[in-house]
Design a protein around this ligand. Structure first.
Ligand code: DHK
Length: 152
């Protein structure tokens, strides 16, 4: 079964109570539960992690080489600042989906630049927690095109 690692960056542990006007009221634990259920439906083994630390995220991306087939990443604020996360993602062999709950392009100019996008397979932003589910569906189509109906 293809393995998907879902990584979340700083402050996403506060989802549900942090700026619900921007990020909604769904907690990270609820997102994780949904992703596990969807993973079962799609035939993907899903693991969800969150860290407030840049180096920890870099370590997890490095470890994913050989242990995960695909990555979903919401690097949160590090999206806009971290060359280290970008460089780690660049050497991951499988598909990478960049996710943001909010539409970063409709927000402050400093959020318009992503260091992740140039090394991502695709980007989903602005759909709240649904973005993570869309990312899993996109990966299912990539990793097992016949089963997921994403092949030709
Ligand atoms: C989450 C954050 O914490 C911000 O720093 C990003 C992202 C946007 C999101 O929309 O999921 O700028």
């Amino acid at each position: 079964m293809p393995r998907v690692l879902v990584l979340n960056g700083p402050n996403l542990n506060l989802l549900g109570t942090r700026r619900p006007d921007l990020y909604g009221r769904t907690t990270l634990a609820e997102i994780e539960k949904r992703l596990h259920a969807l993973g079962e439906e799609l035939g993907l083994a899903v693991e969800v992690r969150q860290s407030n630390h840049e180096g920890t995220l870099v370590d997890w991306i490095q470890e994913a080489r050989g242990t995960a087939d695909a990555l979903v990443i919401n690097a949160a604020a590090y999206t806009h600042t971290s060359v280290a996360i970008r460089d780690a993602l660049e050497v991951f062999e499988g598909p990478v989906v960049e996710v943001h709950l909010s539409n970063i392009f409709a927000r402050e100019p400093f959020r318009h630049r992503s260091h992740v996008s140039p090394v991502a397979t695709g980007v989903i932003c602005g759909f709240g927690p649904l973005g993570y589910e869309l990312a899993l569906r996109a990966l299912a189509a990539r990793l097992a095109p016949r089963q997921a109906g994403g092949g030709r």
